[in-house]
Design a protein around this ligand. Structure first.
Ligand code: AMP
Ligand code: MG
Length: 344
C-alpha cells in the first residue's frame, strides 16, 4: 500500500483523511499529546486493523476521539457531573475520561470492557477530520506496541510506512506524552495514567483523586487492572534502561564509574558537560519540564538501537508534568532505579 503523507496546513487534508476513515482505512493523526493510529471507532473491521498494524494485545482498549465535548453523550451513558466539569475545564486537551459505554461502541474498541475512554483532542485538523468523517476516531498511540510512542510524522513513517493509508503531518507534538486518563465509573475518581493535565489540576476540579497502583508500580501481565494498557512493557528501547536518581554531581559520579563503551547516557541539557566522553543524549531542559515531556519519546527512539548495551537515564523530580515524565521513564526502565546518593 502506498501511504499518503498529508500536510495539516493543506485545506484539502481534512476531507481526504475523513473519507479514508469513512472507508475503514487507517490514518495516523496528529494531536497535542502523541500521534494516534486512527480508524472509524464504530467499525469493528477498521478497528481490527489498528490492533494488527501495531501488534497490540486484543484486551488493550483504544481511546475514542471526539470533535466536540457534547459528543461524549453519543457514546457514553450514566455520565456523572464530574465528567462535565472535567470536559469544561480541560477539553479540548490532553485528558481522557473513562465512562460506561453505550451499546453502539464495539467491544473491539473497548477491549471487551463495558466502559469506554473518550477524549476531545486539542488539534484543529484532527477535530475537523473527526467532524467530517461523521464517526468518532478510535486511536491508540501510533507506535508499534511496546516501542516508544510517536511524536512526529517521521516516527509514524518509520513504524508504518506502506502499511497504512495516510499520515497527517501536524508537526511535532506539543505535550509529547500520552493523555492523562481518569476513570469516573467508580465512587471515587481514579487516575489511571498521568499526562499533560496534572493531578493537582484534576483535584482542583474534582476535589478528590485516587492514584491507581498501575501508575506507581510494575503490574504483572496476568493481573486484572483498570487500565489494561498499563500492564504491558512500554516505551522501551531495545536495551535495558536504568534510572539514576540523586543530585547532578552524585549521579554523574555513579554513571561515569559504571559506564562502559557501548552504553549511552540520557540526560538533561544542563548536564551534558558532565558526561563528556560518555556519548550523552539530552531530551530537554531540567529547568523547563515541558521540553522534557516533548523530547522524551524522540530520544528513546534514537536510543532504540540493539548496538547499545545499557542506557543510564536522568529523570526529573517533582509533580505536575514531571510526574508523567517519571511514569513513562520508569516504565521504559521496568522500574529499575539506582539512587546515586546511596551508591557513592
Ligand atoms: P494508548 O493511547 O496507546 O496509550 O492506548 C490507550 C490507553 O487507554 C491504554 O493504556 C488503555 O489501557 C487506556 N484505556 C482505553 N480505554 C479504557 C477503558 N475503558 N478503561 C481503562 N483504560 C482504558
Ligand atoms: Mg500507546
Amino acid at each position: 500500500m502506498l501511504t499518503q503523507y498529508l500536510s495539516a496546513d493543506d485545506p484539502q487534508t481534512p476531507e481526504i483523511a475523513a473519507e479514508l476513515i469513512r472507508n475503514g482505512e487507517l490514518v495516523a493523526i496528529p494531536t497535542e499529546t502523541v500521534y494516534g493510529l486512527g480508524a472509524d471507532g464504530l467499525n469493528e473491521e477498521a478497528v481490527a486493523k489498528i490492533f494488527k498494524a501495531k501488534g497490540r494485545p486484543q484486551d488493550n482498549p483504544l481511546i475514542l476521539h471526539i470533535w466536540a465535548p457534547e459528543q461524549m453523550e453519543d457514546f457514553c451513558h450514566h455520565i456523572p457531573k464530574a465528567a462535565y466539569d472535567l470536559a469544561r475545564a480541560f477539553w479540548p486537551g490532553p485528558l481522557t475520561i473513562v465512562l460506561p459505554a453505550r451499546d453502539l461502541v464495539p467491544k473491539r474498541t473497548t477491549g471487551g470492557l463495558a466502559t469506554v475512554a473518550v477524549r476531545c483532542p486539542d488539534s484543529a485538523v484532527t477535530r475537523e477530520i473527526i467532524r467530517l468523517a461523521g464517526v468518532p476516531i478510535a486511536a491508540p498511540s501510533a507506535n508499534i506496541s511496546g516501542k516508544p510512542s510517536t511524536t512526529t510524522a517521521d516516527h509514524v513513517r518509520y513504524d508504518h510506512d506502506g502499511k497504512i493509508a495516510a499520515v497527517v503531518d501536524g508537526g511535532p507534538c506539543r505535550v509529547g506524552v500520552e493523555s492523562t486518563i481518569v476513570d469516573l465509573t467508580e465512587d471515587r475518581p481514579r487516575l489511571l495514567r498521568p499526562g499533560g493535565i496534572t493531578p493537582a489540576q484534576l483535584i482542583e476540579v474534582l476535589g478528590d483523586l485516587v492514584i491507581d497502583k498501575a501508575v506507581t508500580s510494575q503490574i504483572d501481565k496476568d493481573a486484572v487492572v483498570k487500565a489494561p494498557g498499563m500492564k504491558y512493557r512500554h516505551y522501551a528501547p531495545a536495551e535495558p534502561v536504568v534510572i539514576v536518581s540523586g543530585s547532578r554531581e552524585k549521579a554523574a559520579a555513579y554513571i561515569r564509574a559504571h559506564f562502559t563503551p557501548g552504553d549511552r547516557v540520557l540526560c538533561f541539557e544542563e548536564e551534558l558537560p558532565l558526561y563528556e566522553g560518555c556519548n550523552p543524549l539530552s531530551y530537554g531542559r531540567e529547568a523547563d519540564v515541558n521540553t522534557l515531556s516533548a523530547g522524551l519519546f524522540g530520544a528513546l527512539r534514537e536510543l532504540d538501537d540493539p548496538a547499545i548495551h545499557q542506557v543510564y537515564a536522568r529523570c526529573p523530580v517533582g509533580d505536575g508534568v514531571a510526574y508523567a515524565v517519571q511514569n513513562r521513564l520508569k516504565k521504559a526502565a521496568a522500574f529499575h532505579i539506582v539512587d546515586a546518593e546511596e551508591e557513592t
